[in-house]
Each structure stands twice: as structure tokens, then as C-alpha cells.
Design a protein around this ligand. Sequence first.
Ligand SMILES: Cc1cc2nc3c(=O)[nH]c(=O)nc-3n(C[C@H](O)[C@H](O)[C@H](O)COP(=O)(O)OP(=O)(O)OC[C@H]3O[C@@H](n4cnc5c(N)ncnc54)[C@H](O)[C@@H]3O)c2cc1C
Length: 408
Amino acid sequence: MTPDLDDAIALAGRLGRERFAPRAAGYDRSGTFPFENYADLREHGLLALCVPEHLGGMGATYRQYMLVAAELGRYCGATTLSFNMHSVSVLWSAGFCDDLDMDPAMREEHERRRTEMYRDIVDNGTLYAQPFSEPGSKMRTGPQAWETTATPVDGGWLLNGRKHFASLSGAADVYTITCTEAVAGREPSYADTLFLGVRADSPGFSISGTWDTLGMRATVSRTLELHDVFVPTERQVMPRGIFAQMARRWPHMFMTLCPTYIGVAQAAFDFTVAYLRGEVPGTKGEPRRASSTKQLAVAEMRVKLDQAWAMFLRAITEARVDPPRDVRMRAFSTQYTVMELSNEICRLAIRTCGGGSISRDFPLERYYRDSRCGSLMLPWTAEICLERIGVDTLYEPGERDGVVEAGR
Ligand SMILES: Cc1cc2nc3c(=O)[nH]c(=O)nc-3n(C[C@H](O)[C@H](O)[C@H](O)COP(=O)(O)OP(=O)(O)OC[C@H]3O[C@@H](n4cnc5c(N)ncnc54)[C@H](O)[C@@H]3O)c2cc1C
């Protein structure tokens, strides 16, 4: 980390400890969006965490973003998960795009567009969401054409379709939508993916359904409806075809949900230690740490947490464009490990602290519920990670017909 980014981690920690953690239970219970937290993030420049420095942001790289987000995750999982959706819209269109092939005209145009986008974030605190999930969940079986379509019209496109599980629904100013461009004479194709910024006030755009869930309640991830929504050409967040190229060549783009869940695991571990030492406010009586079974359980939690951190740190350090096969597979292993161990550590935390700890007076039951959501997140759910690792381990590239490389 540069000294500046060390400061960003410290800032995230301070905001998290002093503001987000005390508010987390309230937002969780009401299932409402943490607008106050976002006002704090905006005020302290964290909405521009990944915006390049020369445009007024903090210029965080992928690795730096992941570390700042992991720190935030210790205090409010839902805020951190939704913050991810904002941040990746910037991260992907910034440094990731610089690593990909574009012809000079395309690159120049992209530079102009993203400069405007980033200035808007820095100057106006504009908030982004990143909904790609669709009720048809095409991503389950690898890269396929999105059901949301973009039909070219004068000056832009008309969008039609639905996106479900859209975190920040109703809170974001812009939704970066993945969709398939309808190209005359061609079957819908993943290669024709467009990545477009849809403004929340666009005619034809609406939000439907409810969000009353087990965990990550304050992400308010409702459904977006798009009926003939006009998106001007200027609002391409990434040039034509670049999303598909990125998914293939920069697979770690999909690992950005990990920091939230490693943060939640860390929080559950820290709570357990404090609880067993009798340091949690509101707990009385004998410290429970003298029990050898509890000592063993805490040791087991620590081993699992260390395993998750070790893989996470390695994966974010070796992440790069066109990673070798082992590095690519380790990204899947890391996602699997972090998501599964996050929930496992929370499970052990409750079992170890005991019945008194499941009260809603404490954050542990929320960590447990939030942690359950990690391995459900497409495109890298736990099962999909295992499936990819199995196939990629046993087959050399090209040995199996129909296997699509990465990209999900
Ligand atoms: C809290 C939360 C916030 C979210 N926020 C966003 C967001 O902001 N933007 C966004 O785009 N999405 C978001 N999502 C959606 C998420 O990424 C998934 O799209 C969603 O959880 C899938 O739900 P589903 O019921 O369609 O599951 P399914 O796709 O039906 O999956 C159900 C189970 O089947 C397994 N499975 C599915 N396909 C395969 C396969 N091919 N091989 C093996 N196993 C498979 C999965 O691993 C999973 O365990 C969010 C989800 C949650 C829980």
C-alpha cells in the first residue's frame, strides 16, 4: 500500500467502527438502505476510492480496493457489499480496461467517457450500482447472451429486460447494466455484451418486488424493470465487447465480493474473542475463556480465518490480466474458501459463544445471516467454483469440447 492507501484503510476502519457498526443493527432490522453510511463515504471521498488520482480520486488499484473493502466489511457487511457494486463500475472501467486490447479510436473514446463519469462521481458524489443478475441466470452455465437487450436507435439504444438482486436499488443514481446488443443478422451472443450506465430517472426504468431476506438486508437488492429505456451512446461505461474480453482475461474481476465476507468472518472472530474474555459490553459474570473446549474452538476458528486471509492475500497480490492457469484456478479456490469459511467461522462463533450470544443485542447473529449469502453470489457460487477447478485441473485447454474458458 502507498501511504495514502494506508490512510484509506485507516479511514475505512474509523468510519466503520464509529459510524457504520453502531447503525448496522437498525438498518438490518428495518431492511432499509444505509443512506447515512453513504453520506459518510461520500463526504470522506471513498466513493472515489478507485477513481484515478489525476481525476480527483484516491486511485486505488485492485489490490488496494480489496484491502480497504475488507476493512469496511468488519463493521457492516451490507454496506460493504453494496459499496462493491459501486466501486467495480469504476475499477473495471479504469485499470482493468487499460490492460485490454482496444483500437486507438475506441481507447480515446473510452478515455473521454470515463473521465466524465469519474468527474461526476468526484464532483457530485454520484452513486453507481452493478446489476448483471437476471431471473434466467444464464451465467450459471457459462457465458451466454444476456436476456436484457439493447436495440440500436438514433443516438443510442433502447433497453428491455429485468435484473434481479440489484443491490442499491432505489439508492443508486446510475445502474451499470450488462445487456446483449441486437445485431442485425446475428444470433444474440455474449460477445455482443454492452455495459451501459442507466440513469435512475430514465423514462421506462422502474423497481419492483420486495427485499425481505435472511441476510444482507440493507443491500435492498430488488428487481429492476427496463421497458424501452433510452440510453445515449455517451453512457457506455465500457466499449463494445470489452466486458466479455475482461471476463476472459481478467477473471479476478469476479472476486471483488470476497472482502465483504472476509471482513464479516474477521468480525465474528473478534467478537468471539471479546465475548469469551468478558469484554463485550452487556455481558457479565465469569469470563468463559477458562473452558478448554472453548479454547480449542477459538483455535479452530483462528486457523480457518488464517487460511482464508492467506489465500485472499495471495490471490489479490498475484491477480493480473491473462493470469496463468494456476493463478486463475487459485482465484476460484480463494472465492470458494473465503465464502465457505466465512459462514463456517460465524457458525463456530455462535456455537462457541453459546446461547447468550444469539441475542439481537449482539451483532453475531447478523454476521451469521450475512455470511450465509457469500457462496450464493453468481457468477462464482461455491458449486461453480468447484466445478471450474475440477474441470480446469483435469483438462488441458482445448481437450474438452464445449468448455468455455473462465468468463463467469
Ligand atoms: C445479498 C445479495 C446481493 C446481491 N447483489 C447483486 C447485485 O448487486 N448485482 C447482481 O448482479 N447480482 C446480485 N446478487 C445476485 C447473485 O449474484 C445471484 O445472481 C443470485 O444469488 C442467484 O440466485 P438464484 O436463486 O438465481 O440462484 P441459482 O443460480 O439458481 O443458484 C442456486 C444454487 O445452484 C447452484 N448452481 C447454479 N448453477 C450451477 C451450475 N451451473 N453448476 C453448479 N451449481 C450451480 C448455485 O451454486 C447455487 O448454490 C446478489 C445476491 C445476494 C444474495
